[in-house]
Design a protein around this ligand. Structure first.
Ligand code: NAD
Ligand code: MG
Length: 293
């Protein structure tokens, strides 16, 4: 296929206003994000790898999980129990690709659950080559005074602490050649004033990625981070953005539109594949043009 114009490759139409409680469901989102269900083509870059993806039911995590399966990997996904329907859809795409899918619902704010999650993924997949941490919580607040300690805590408990817990447990299993991939955001570099806690948590993820990568290099384990810009997803319509910002979501990027999750698939795959064997401690921006610096 000839090269496509990135501005028109996906729709730049206004999104319909819509609201869902946390966690938003992809099955109820309109329009549906493209997570590579039919558009992603694998090339055997992760044949027989065993991968664990948190937040693997929808949008960005779903795109990573589907791409991994299409590249030849068996994949365990974690999500909240309320997202079972979305997770079942991902399972069927993974199985259509001829790979094993393991569904592990549970709340990553629970420390013990993170240890159990990694252990179950290892046992059911028969090994573990990668942990891809995508689960995240984002709620906007108009001002810092309107902010509760509970809200701040929930953001850090969802976005930051599970990195510690999953990595600690995964080190019981990961062998040289294994990888850990985290998910930050452009917000980690350019904080929006209505996303104080979220942006700070995403900056913490960048820092943790770098420190963990330095420690684990001597074990032959690579650790990298993906920092997306605006991607159309259930997170945005379940309190991640004010409703007034939904119609034009992503249109202020240099591409003039929001990203679609499949536009991140190749970066996640690359970071975990042999092609990236000299890459660790790096943050990859996929932002529609905004600089991550
Ligand atoms: P999403 O709603 O599809 O994904 C978030 C996922 O996090 C949910 O599917 C859910 O399974 C998981 N999650 C949330 N709280 C959890 C909990 N307590 N326990 C277990 N799982 C939990 O939305 P998305 O936009 O694909 O977000 C995925 C990641 O990408 C998040 O970390 C988000 O911060 C990051 N991100 C998104 C954007 C964007 O514009 N959509 C931009 C930058 C970064
Ligand atoms: Mg979801």
């Amino acid at each position: 296929m000839a090269a496509q114009d990135p501005r028109t490759k996906f729709s730049s139409k206004q999104y319909p206003k819509q609201e869902q409680p946390v966690p938003g469901l992809q099955s109820k989102l309109e329009p549906k994000p493209d997570c590579g269900e039919t558009s992603y083509q694998g090339h055997g870059r992760l044949t027989d790898y065993k991968m664990l993806v948190t937040g693997g039911d929808s949008a960005i995590g779903r795109a990573a999980a589907i791409a991994y399966a299409k590249e030849g990997a068996d994949v365990a996904i974690n999500y909240l129990p309320a997202e079972q329907e979305d997770a079942e859809e991902v399972k069927s795409v993974i199985e259509q690709a001829g790979r094993k899918a393991v569904l592990i619902p549970g709340d990553v704010r629970d420390e013990q659950f993170n240890y159990d999650l990694v252990e179950q993924a290892y046992n059911e997949l028969g090994g573990l080559d990668n942990v891809t941490l995508v689960a995240g919580h984002q709620q906007y607040h108009d001002d810092i005074k309107g902010f509760s300690t509970e809200a701040f805590t929930e953001t850090f408990e969802t976005n930051v602490y599970p990195i510690f817990w999953t990595v600690q447990k995964a080190l019981d299993y990961l062998q040289p050649g294994a990888t850990i991939t985290t998910t930050s955001s452009i917000q980690g570099y350019k904080p929006n004033p209505i996303l104080h806690d979220y942006a700070a948590s995403k900056a913490a993820i960048i820092s943790l990625t770098k420190s963990i990568s330095e420690e684990l290099a001597e074990k032959g384990i690579r650790v990298n981070c993906v920092a997306p810009g605006p991607f159309w997803s259930p997170l945005q319509i379940s309190g991640g953005q004010p409703q007034s910002k939904i119609p034009e979501f992503g249109q202020n990027s240099l591409m003039g539109r929001a990203g679609q999750s499949v536009e991140l698939s190749g970066i996640y795959v690359h970071l975990e594949s042999e092609e990236a064997s000299y890459t660790t401690g790096q943050v990859y921006g996929v932002t529609g043009g905004a600089q991550i610096d």
